[in-house]
Ligand binder design. Structure first.
Ligand SMILES: [Zn+2]
Length: 93
């Protein structure tokens, strides 16, 4: 028998969504209980983030942020009879 250690992420572990610009390495942090802004360009260096074909990934990022926000809100208000957890790769020591 082998023992496997799992690292799990729950809604209460999530604090914010951080977007890092590949052009300038600057980052913006969006609190998940705030309105998620449209991410057309880097607010720091103004690199265009919505240029095709990258716009698909950007649309998915905005959808993910909106889904996380809705999930956190529903989890807090509705107390469902289950909990959602993400299994993540543990950090290497
Ligand atoms: Zn930038």
């Amino acid at each position: 028998m082998t023992a496997e250690q799992l690292t799990l992420l729950t809604p209460s572990d999530l604090r914010a969504l951080r977007i890092v610009c590949k052009a300038c390495r600057g980052s913006i942090t969006m609190q998940l209980d705030e309105t998620i802004p449209r991410l057309d360009e880097c607010p720091l260096c103004h690199a265009n983030w919505r240029q095709p074909p990258a716009h698909r990934a950007l649309t998915a990022t905005e959808a993910l942020a909106a889904a996380l926000k809705a999930w956190l809100s529903a989890d807090r208000e509705a107390s469902p009879g289950y909990s959602v957890q993400f299994e993540i790769t543990p950090p290497h020591p």
